[in-house]
Design a protein. Structure first.
Ligand code: ATP
Length: 545
């Protein structure tokens, strides 16, 4: 049995499999990174190795990163935003130094996943209540927060769809105030990623007049040099599934495409080994508890072991690793970390507990020193050992949780599954609410064969009109992509007249300028600027800027 624990040797592998937790590296690689910061400083001049052959559009994004631009990266589920962001973070850290690049995400789960901290904790704004001046005062009175704001040269924000406009504007205001600078974001470079067609910010009270999405923030457009929509989808390969999901994403599904879903709807009970996704957490807990109770096996309880200061510990509890995990023989579980990508022990892999084995090292998570043995659906069996999750303040860990990298997996919530890639799911959408939920649930699956659906009706598919309007700015470039193979929208903040020109339109000395008639007409149509502004801007460039 201990032999199979040899998989630890492979644990330094960098994650290629993305989902919330798989956004983080395996425990061993986290430890290695932590050490290398202090002892084995790596050669900064080396370009980090990519795990993928990047597409043209991904490569173009990386070029923008290298050229020092502020970027917003968006795209459908499964277009590789997260794997690209991870690579970008490495590039940025090499360029600016680890302590100058702050990696954040809108939620604790997403933050742990990219080995960052929540946006709130980076900012030092507590829960973000109060007006701007109050928030600035809060930051100024927090020495560490002031240091973070002043040190930052780049701020990375993942899962931006869950950040509300007001918070985005407030943070930009704080950046200017704390850094005593009139520049946008006080001169901090932004790299932001997310898909606004996925889950939106959660508000306790409905207020139709409220600016909901970050792109509605006053400072949104001026925050970025480039806004990019990735178009190549990797998670799914079946054309009809991709088309179906694209329709659902935009809330304008072709009825014929929706018929495909009928094959996935069935009144019969699905295979019990398939993960169930529910819109609401009470359904998730109910299913997991019921299934657990139904098993008459002896239960083993694993209590998470946390280290660190109180406010940071709270963030650990918001992450994916549970405070308390109850397991027994027969329990369905899912990995929440990548342990060994090559052998398929990846975040999101599901399996069944087949028994327990004594832990020779003496785990502190359970008094009996027992570790679960899990047989994954691939047929491979391993002993699961405790893993670590960190809360970071900049580049230093400030809290750490030790827990088994497992959650019960008869059911999970759609909010928790945002970002996951799954082979098989059963989703009951009868209680789906709000925009993006059906899209997030269905876009987790890799193929139609793996989808089992209930409680679905087309009325559950909702895309927010404001989101649709926002994404219309990317449309013409997608057409352009078909022509020249690039799906990148250049959106210069300094000069709005240059909105739809891509880098390829520029020569290296910047003296020769070209623009396509199609882009020009589109820009006029969108009333982005007047004909006079447009021509004067381009003529001045042609005259030899
Ligand atoms: N250039 C590439 N070549 C091959 N596979 C890739 C490439 N880029 C991404 N992938 C794969 O695509 C899948 C989805 O990637 P990823 O999870 O980063 O997408 P995402 O856009 O972040 O999705 P979501 O919006 O659902 O979180 C992953 O399995 C990843 O390994």
């Amino acid at each position: 049995m201990r032999k199979i624990m040899g998989m630890k040797f492979f644990a330094n592998a960098i994650s290629v499999y993305r989902n919330y937790s798989s956004k983080s590296f395996s425990n061993s690689s986290v430890r290695e990174g932590y050490r290398s910061g202090n002892k084995n400083k790596k050669n900064n001049s080396k370009t980090p190795k990519a795990r993928f052959k990047w597409t043209d559009e991904q490569s173009k994004v990386l070029d923008h990163v290298r050229s020092g631009r502020s970027l917003f990266i968006t795209g459908s589920a499964g277009t590789g935003k997260t794997v690209l962001l991870k690579h970008i973070i490495k590039l940025l850290k090499q360029t600016y130094g680890k302590s100058r690049v702050f990696v954040t995400a809108s939620t604790g789960i997403a933050a742990c996943a990219i080995r960052g901290q929540t946006l709130h904790s980076f900012a030092g704004i507590g829960i973000g209540d109060g007006d701007r001046e109050m928030l600035v005062n809060r930051v100024i009175n927090d020495k560490k927060a002031c240091i973070r704001w002043n040190k930052a040269q780049v701020l990375v924000i993942d899962e931006i769809s869950l950040v509300e406009a007001n918070l985005f504007d407030n943070l930009e205001y704080i950046a200017k105030a704390v850094r005593d600078s009139d520049k946008v974001w006080g001169g901090i470079r932004l790299v932001v990623s997310g898909d606004f067609f996925q889950l939106p910010p959660i508000f306790k009270q409905q207020d139709p007049s409220r600016k909901e999405f970050a792109f509605e923030a006053d400072c949104w457009d001026s925050s970025f040099d480039i806004q990019v929509e990735l178009s190549k989808i990797f998670r799914q390969s079946e054309d009809r599934l991709i088309k179906l999901l694209q329709g659902i994403r935009r809330g304008n599904s072709d009825p014929e495409d929706l018929q495909i879903l009928e094959q996935s709807c069935s009144v019969s009970e699905p295979d019990p080994s398939v993960v169930r996704l529910y819109p609401r957490i009470d359904d998730v807990n109910k299913v997991n508890e019921e299934r657990m109770k139904a098993l008459s096996e002896e239960k083993v309880i694993y209590e998470a072991s946390d280290e660190g200061e109180k406010p940071w510990r709270r963030q650990l509890a918001l992450g994916l690793a549970p405070n308390k995990l109850v397991l027994c023989k027969g329990a369905r579980v899912m990995l929440i970390k990548n342990l060994n990508v090559w052998r398929g022990f990846v975040n999101g892999a599901t399996g069944t507990v087949t028994g327990f084995t004594k832990d020779g090292n003496g785990t502190i998570l359970t008094p009996d020193n027992l570790l679960p043995v899990v047989e994954f659906d691939s047929g491979r069996e391993i002993v699961i050992e405790p893993e670590k999750w960190y809360v970071m303040e900049g580049s230093s860990p400030v809290a750490r949780r030790l827990q088994l990298p497992l959650v019960l997996a008869w059911a999970i919530s759609i909010h928790k599954c945002q970002g996951m890639s799954l082979d098989h799911i059963h989703t009951d959408l009868s209680r789906a609410f709000g925009c993006g939920m059906v899209y997030v649930a269905l876009s987790r699956v890799r193929s139609l064969d793996g989808l089992h659906l209930s409680g679905f009706s087309p009325s559950k598919i909702k895309a927010h009109p404001k989101v649709l309007q926002f994404y219309s700015r990317f449309a013409p470039e997608q057409e352009k992509e078909k022509e020249d193979g690039h799906g990148v929208v250049a959106d210069k903040k300094e000069d709005t007249s240059n909105n739809s020109l891509s880098d390829s339109d520029r020569t290296s000395d910047g003296k020769t300028y070209q623009f396509s008639l199609k882009e020009f007409l589109f820009s006029l149509e969108q009333k982005k600027f007047s004909l006079k502004d447009f021509l004067s801007s381009h003529l001045s460039r042609l005259r030899g800027k």
